[in-house]
Write a protein that binds this ligand. Structure first.
Ligand code: ADP
Length: 421
């Protein structure tokens, strides 16, 4: 059909002409009592109402420094009650935020260069301010300013837009932190390696150090090469799981992996790292066989035991516990829970929900001293997911932590898996 006003072509399902906005015969034929079919005319909605619906803060300041307009988001930002009439009042009386007032005063004094709609965004960057919200959390805003001119091009004021960029800002900050953590972790093993290699090279004629001492130096170099290799492997592991997820992990399934033997092998490699800890195997029944990728199961326990040692610097008991579990909502078949319990510093409750997230480390002196990248448990979670299992943590600050992995005794049939997905 065609528009009764401008004769443009209009689809016969349309209520309004897309060109001139005139109601089509379809619109006039419909009952206006159906609210979904009526569009309010622009004059029925006040500009204030539209502005109040925006998430960005909007503020208009006149050339004499008075408030010409302020929306609900900007009121929240500057903690101004919703019912307080501000229009025409000096902004200095209501906006106490120092950095924001500095920007406004600068514009009032110098005039402004718009930060919106500029051709070269790089040279016209918005100002950045941080404001505490009512929960005392620091929020970061970009402040865009643009002049408002009337029909005769005379300045009416400056419009400020306040855009919350807290998430972006935090992400950028954390990226910088990750880089410095990883750089630090890479450098740590390099320092002794360089030092001992230099010492051995300097002792060209092998006069200064006897054979056992030289062997000790080589062992230190060897351990640090291993540490470096582990770190690089972990970083590569992160990019692999990010790209492919748990399904991308290649699994070498074995039907009867005895977890007691796996635990013993893990303790074998970890014992040499400490003389402050005692190790206990607490299995009920004595041995449990499961379908698993032996090497990856070993990796999971290596991460747990290595952390148990690292985060209990004063020593204590490290206990590996294994118990059978019946089917339940979390794992709908028989399973085994394997826990690694330490008596170390524990994990603050606020950090518990972040455990296993990429690059997350508890922010306390103990963790900082222990060093680390916050990627071990992130990778562990993927290895556990590849076994269709779950990871849980129990912890009390100052008493210790238990990291649990619970995996099915037998892996679900691919068919059942597909149906579940
Ligand atoms: P890393 O140890 O390299 O920092 P992880 O991913 O293994 O990385 O651990 C992440 C964070 O979890 C650690 O930085 C630490 O804050 C906390 N954490 C892990 N294991 C323990 C533990 N057994 N006791 C206390 N905190 C732990």
């Amino acid at each position: 059909m065609s528009c009764p006003n401008c004769r443009s072509q209009v689809l016969n399902t349309w209520l309004y002409c897309p060109k001139c906005g005139t109601p089509t015969p379809l619109a006039s034929g419909r009952s206006t009592s159906d609210p979904s079919l009526t569009l309010p005319s622009a004059s029925q909605i006040s500009p204030e109402r539209i502005l109040d619906r925006l998430d960005v803060g909007v503020l208009l300041i006149t050339p004499r420094g008075r408030i010409g307009q302020i929306n609900a988001a900007a009121r929240v930002l500057f903690k101004i009650p919703a019912n307080l009439n501000l229009l025409g009042k000096p902004c200095t009386e209501f906006i106490s935020h120092e950095a924001c007032m500095t920007i406004i005063k600068r514009h009032l004094a110098d005039g402004i260069q718009p930060t919106l709609h500029t051709e070269d965004e790089d040279t016209q960057k918005p100002d950045e301010i941080s404001i505490k919200d009512e929960k005392d959390q620091e929020l970061v805003y970009h402040v865009y300013a643009t002049p408002l001119l009337d029909d005769a091009h005379a300045p009416v004021g400056t419009i400020y837009l306040f855009q919350d960029i807290t998430d972006l800002h935090n992400a950028a900050q954390r990226k910088a932190e990750y880089v410095s953590i990883v750089a630090h972790e890479l450098r740590t093993p390099l320092t002794p390696m360089k030092g001992f290699v230099r010492t051995l090279l300097d002792d060209e004629k092998e006069e200064w150090y006897d054979a056992p001492t030289r062997r000790e130096f080589y062992t230190i170099i060897d351990e640090n090469v291993d540490r470096l290799r582990r770190l690089v492997n972990n970083l590569l592991g992160v990019s692999r799981v990010e790209e492919l997820g748990p399904d991308g992990i290649e699994m070498n399934w074995e039907f009867n992996v005895g977890i007691r033997k796996v635990a013993e092998e893990v303790l074998e490699t970890q014992r040499g790292r400490t003389d402050k800890h005692t190790f206990v195997l607490d299995f009920e029944p004595e041995d449990i066989e499961i379908e698993a990728d032996r090497e990856k199961l070993q990796n999971i326990l290596q991460y747990f035991v290595s952390n148990a040692i690292k985060y209990s610097p004063d020593g204590g008991e490290v206990r590996i516990i294994a118990r059978l579990k019946p089917a339940d909502a979390e794992i709908p078949c028989d399973s085994v829970s394997i826990g690694v319990r330490d008596q170390g510093m524990g994990i603050p409750p606020a950090f518990l929900k972040k455990v296993g997230k990429k690059f997350e480390r508890a922010d306390n002196a103990g963790t900082r001293k222990a060093g680390g990248t916050g990627i071990g448990l992130y990778l562990t979670k993927y290895l556990i997911a590849a076994h269709h299992g779950i990871m849980t943590v129990e912890s009390e600050v100052g008493k210790g932590s238990t990291f649990w992995v619970r995996v099915p005794l037998k892996q679900p049939e691919p068919k059942i898996l597909e149906m579940a997905q």
